[in-house]
Every structure is written in C-alpha cells, then in structure tokens.
Design a protein around this ligand. Structure first.
Ligand code: BGC
Length: 675
C-alpha cells in the first residue's frame, strides 16, 4: 500500500504494482482509479483507505468522549454518516473503529478509543460496525471497516507509544479481545471488513508477524473472512524489533502469520515473489491474501462502480449537509460530562456578562481532536462562536492556554468585566493521539496559575476542559467550583458547550475512563483485579502513601442539572438469566437523562476477577419527580470468564450484582448462581 500524499505512484498503479492507496481527494481518487481499471493489465480497482476515525468533514467527538454518551444508536448514526461522507470523498475503506481498551492515560491514543471497559467497548464496536458496513448487499454508501489495532497495543509499558506489551492469556481474552470479537460477530466476520495488526510486540512476538493472534484467533477461532493489513511500516519495524533479519525475512514472516496487505513499505511487492520462487513461502499464502482482498473489493462494488459520481463530489464541495452538522451537535451535546457544579453555578443565565478566557476558546481549529483530517474551518464552531450564537454577552480574553505566557492586563480585565468567568483550559490536539504519550497528565503550561488568578477574583468561575485524555485533576477538583469535561467534541463543539452552559441541554454524558488525582496513579481503572490486600486504613495495603486509593472521578461518573436516586434493586434468578430491576428516580427539579449502569462481581473464582464489571446500561429520560423501573435481563452465559488457556468458563458460586449511576455509587445484592 502506498501512503504518499503527493506522489500517487501513477506508474506503479499502471504497472499493477499497487492495489490500494490512501487519500481523501475524490477527484484524484477517480483519476487513479481510471489508471487502475483502464490501464493496468488486470484492471482491478484500487481500494482507497483513509483514517476516518470520528468523522470526515462532519467531525463528531473523539471516541473516548462519544462512548460516554452510552447511546448505541447515536454511535451507529455517526458511523453511518462517516461512511456516507467517505464514499462521497472517494474513500471506501475506513481505518476505524479503533477498539483498544485503554487504561493508562499517559498513552496519547486513549483519545481514539472507547475507554477502559471491555463491555462498553464491545457495544461501541457493534454500533460502529453496523454504521460503517450496514447489513446490506449494496455497499454503495457503506465502507469496509478496518478494525484496529489488533491487539493489546494500548498496554504499551508506561503508556509510552509503541512500547512493549506483555500479559497473561486470560487478561488478553477477558479485557483486550472482546471488542474485536464483538466487531467480528456484528459483521466484520464476513468478507466486508478488514483488521489492522498493531505495532506492538505481544509477549515478545510483534503483532505484525503474530500467527497466534492473526491466524489462530482472528481468522481461525473468530472466522474473520476479510483481510489483515499491517499498520504503517509495521513489517519493516519487525527488523527493528529484532525479530527479522532483514526486510525479506520480515515480509515472509508476516505473510505466513496471516498478514495480507503491506501498509507503508514495498516489502511484499519487492520480496514475496522471489521468496515463493526460493521455496521460502508457499504460493497458497499469497493466493489466500489476494482472495481476501478481492472479496472485500467485490463486496464494496468497486468492480461495477469504481468511480465517485461527479454530482456527489459537487454536492459535498458546496456545503456540509445540515443534517450532518445537526448530528455532530447532538453527539457533542451527549458527550459532555459535568464533573463538578458546586453551588449550582451552572447553568448560567443567558443575560449574564461572560468573560471568556483561554486561547483554546477562540480557536475553531482546536475543536476537532486527534485524527481528523477532512474538516473545513468554515464548519467548525469554537466555544467563543458557540456562546455568541447562543446570544451571550461575551468578552473574549485569549490569554492562557496549553502553551505560552499569561497576560496580566487581560487577566485583570477578565476578572473585572464579567459577572461570570468561563475559563477554557486543556490540551492542544497535538498533545493526544499517536506518538503523543505524556509523563505528566496535569493541565499543561501555566493553566493552573491562570485558574488560580481567576478564582482569586471572587467571581464565579466555570472551568471548561478541552482534552484528549483523562487528566489528573486533583488540584482543580479541590479548588475550582465547576468542572465541565468537554473533550474534543468535533465541529459543533462551541454550540454544544454553549447549550450546556446556558441550560438548553442538561448534561448526560458519563466518563468512559477514570480520572486520577495525580499522574502517578496511572493506570487507574475501575475494573481492576482484586489484590490480597485491598486498599484500606492499614499501611500494609495496596495503595500509595501520597495519593488517594481511588480515582478522583471513576468510570461511569457524570452529573446532571437534576439529581437521581436509585432504589429497590431486585435480582431474580430465572434459570438461564438474572432478571435485574432497579428504580431510578429524578429527585431534582428539572427533566434529565440518566445512564443507569449494571455491574457484577464474581466473588470467588478459580482466577482473580475484577472488583466490578459492567454488564449493561440504559439511558433513561425522567421528568422531575418521575420514577421508572429499569430492567436488565442478563444471560448467565455472560457471567463467565476466559481462563489461561483462552477457554470460556462458567463457575458456580457467589456473585454480587450492582446498579447505580457510576461505577462507585451503587446498590448491591448478593446471590448464589448455578449454571
Ligand atoms: C496508525 C494507524 C493509522 C495508520 C494510517 C498509523 O500510524 O497507527 O492507526 O490507521 O497510521 O494512517
């Protein structure tokens, strides 16, 4: 696969040496496709891929945020929109969804995936596969997914990108494989999809040449019929890993292990033919790879319709469809998480004079987040624009941001002018995503100092966070009255933030990743295995001397402008299932939506199990005073786990069932379960 943006390798395409390219220019795509179809010997169309991770032109929230909507239908609709837009831009293959369960916020790529929980990540996976690929024979407006990164890439030691990973078989099967398995079950098993092998080594074997993960698990046990592509330059990197003597050796190992397409190097093209002639590689291996790639191209209809119609290209060149902007806004509104709202400072009155502070607030280019490349500036709404669109009286002070110095005069004026100060702080887009690991995940630059100065004014301060990873917010949570987690929400970010700030939208998003007090607590995640010495008062328990023994804000957490109470948890064993019911009551004074969450704990098992595991959730809209019974029928098959041979086991014994509005504040009931 050729990744060059400017050099499109026309001669190589003509010579039949290129089967896929990367790009999002539909005019260029048609030109290249014409060369492939009309001028190459076999006339096989190209498959054109691109990183459409959270939207192309209609950019919606980064995955770590969007999954926090706990709204599967929304996640499917945004993927569907991304697929439609992709096709209009000549792209038929999306390098998404990214399904790496990630628990170390130092890793910059936590932004790209659905968070720390394998169950939520599996629901996200299914929704995305449905949206991208549909369930249809006609793929005209659908794309082939490229599910990535297979596998365990997110467990890079110390959160340092590309670093080594090692883990037990049971951990791999219980935590990291489930979303990939779910994707396969939802449709990526058919020859409609592809997978991308990850850069990392897993227990010493790079995933690019890992026959166990690619052939045995993915293509064997899961029955994935599409193809596997390397990550960019992944085959060559096996030489750097020290697992291959040279490029040819790396190419042969990769092909034998089940890798079907080479991204970023010419290794397959330059070496496999000779390797077959020399008896180093059975020709059947290459035949199989070719068959897999051609079946995906066939499903996509590329042989019948290789070109993007001119009228489609023109339609998108004019303006982003309004329905796409509306969906981006809905997704952004549902992804915002209210972390703290002391004194109910939020929502603020529309006629309040607002001092808006921070360079991120006025920068429309910073709303889109990592891995977004098809957006247009004119579609992007900064927080400043959003507040103005909402009719706010706002004065803007760009002073203070992830980089740069503070400006005394601006701070003074901001403090003097407004009735309320809205401070937008966080990270630049470039601080999360690939190759953006951080050893310190507190607010970068002089932003704490800025917040300290603003709060010293005595005016109410609303802190809006724009970031691509969980931040260590212990300092902020102690000193600041309001924290609104707004992530990188995509092109409609400003409008969404304004709707929440003024109370047109009541926040309902929840955290998909636990936030620590301090960086040194990473990895912090709610579903950790228990220890023999769970954190407690005694010194000799599992904790740090200088940090609390829990997350600052745990998985599933998020406040609303109203309040919810959970009552009357009832669990009934119906033979094959557990019938779980809980009453959720809106105890506040305005309408709101709560994400009711159901967890379990396998109290005694033959392997140490997590202290809690998410098993279901429901979004419930409730008027003030309204109570509703929320039910979950949990099949007992979902109470098992994988052992260290990768076998799924169901063990009789004591279980705890929990229900609540986050992973910590829950009601619980214990019961003995027999299978
Ligand atoms: C990333 C992939 C991405 C690919 C193509 C790599 O560096 O790891 O996630 O799909 O580049 O852009």
């Amino acid at each position: 696969m050729s990744a060059a943006k400017r050099d499109y390798h026309e001669d190589d395409i003509r010579a039949g040496l290129v089967g896929s390219v990367m790009g999002n220019d539909p005019v260029k795509a048609n030109e290249l496709q014409k060369i492939a179809v009309e001028e190459s010997r076999l006339g096989i169309p190209l498959i054109i891929g691109f990183d459409v991770i959270h939207g192309l032109r209609g950019v919606f929230p980064i995955a770590i945020a969007e999954a926090g909507s706990f709204d599967d239908d929304l996640m499917e609709r945004t993927a569907r929109m991304a697929a439609e837009e992709s096709r209009a831009y000549g792209i038929s293959w999306n390098f998404a969804p990214m399904l790496d369960v990630a628990r170390d916020a130092r890793w910059g790529r936590v932004s790209e995936g659905p968070g720390e929980d394998p169950y939520l990540a599996s629901r996200f996976a299914r929704a995305k596969i449905r949206g991208l690929q549909g369930r249809t024979d006609s793929a005209e407006t659908y794309v082939a997914a490229c599910v990535k990164h297979f596998v365990a890439y997110s467990t890079c030691e110390g959160g340092r990108d590309y670093n080594t990973t090692s883990m037990s078989v049971s951990q791999l099967y219980n935590v990291y494989l489930p979303p990939f398995k779910a994707a396969v079950e939802e449709g990526a098993a058919t020859a409609m999809a592809s997978f991308m092998a990850s850069f990392n080594d897993l227990n010493g074997v790079p995933c690019t040449v890992n026959a166990w993960t690619l052939r045995d698990i993915l293509k064997g046990a899961y029955g994935m019929e599409g193809f596997v592509v390397s990550d960019a330059n992944g085959i060559r990197e096996c030489v750097s890993h020290g697992i291959a003597a040279n490029e040819r050796d790396a190419g042969v190992q990769a092909a034998k292990a089940g890798l079907d397409m080479d991204m970023g190097t010419h290794i397959f093209r330059d070496h496999l033919k000779k390797a077959i002639e020399d008896g180093l590689l059975p020709v059947e291996v290459v035949d199989e790879a070719v068959r897999r790639i051609l079946t995906v191209k066939t499903w996509l209809g590329l042989f019948e319709r290789p070109y993007t119609p001119e009228e489609t290209i023109r339609a998108y060149a004019e303006a982003l469809p309004e329905s796409h902007a509306a969906l981006c806004r809905e997704a952004a509104e549902k992804s915002i998480v209210l972390l703290k709202n002391e004194g109910n400072i939020l929502p603020i009155k529309r006629d309040a004079k607002v001092s808006l502070v921070g360079s991120l607030a006025g920068n429309a280019g910073e709303v889109v987040g990592a891995w977004s490349m098809g957006w247009e500036k004119k579609d992007c709404v900064s927080i400043l624009d959003g507040l103005r669109n909402a009719g706010a009286t706002v004065r803007y002070y760009p002073c203070g941001g992830p980089e740069g110095e503070l400006n005394e005069d601006e701070i003074q004026s901001a403090c003097n002018d407004g009735d309320v100060i809205v401070a937008v702080v966080g990270e630049l887009i470039s601080m999360s995503g690939e190759a953006s690991s951080k050893a310190d995940i507190t607010l970068p630059g002089k932003q704490r100092e800025l917040l300290e100065r603003l709060t010293a004014s005595g005016k109410p301060v609303v802190t809006v966070l724009m970031n691509g990873r969980p931040l260590a917010l212990g300092w902020e949570a102690e000193r600041l009255p309001v924290l609104l987690e707004a992530w990188h929400l995509g092109i409609q970010m400003g409008n969404a933030v304004a709707s929440v700030i003024f109370g047109d939208v009541n926040p309902s998003g929840k955290l998909t990743s636990s936030f620590p007090f301090v960086t040194g607590q990473e990895p912090t995640y709610y579903n950790h295995p228990n220890t023999g010495r769970p954190a407690g008062k005694s010194k000799f328990t599992s904790k740090y001397l200088d940090a609390p023994a829990k997350a600052l804000y745990p998985f599933g957490y998020g406040l609303s402008y109203t309040t919810f109470a959970y009552e009357n948890l009832r669990v009934t064993d119906t033979g094959d299932s557990l019938d779980i019911a809980v009453t959720v009551r809106n105890t506040g004074s305005r309408e709101g939506t709560e994400v009711a969450q159901f967890y379990i704990r396998d109290v005694t098992a033959s392997l140490v199990r997590p202290v809690k595991e998410l098993k279901g959730y429901r979004r419930v809209a409730l008027s003030p005073g309204e109570a509703r019974e929320v039910r979950l029928t949990l099949s007992k098959r979902n109470l098992g786990f994988y052992d260290n041979r990768g076998e799924y086991v169901l063990e009789d014994g004591l279980f705890r069932v929990y229900a609540g509005g986050d992973s910590e504040n829950v009601l619980e009931q214990e019961l003995d379960v027999r299978f």
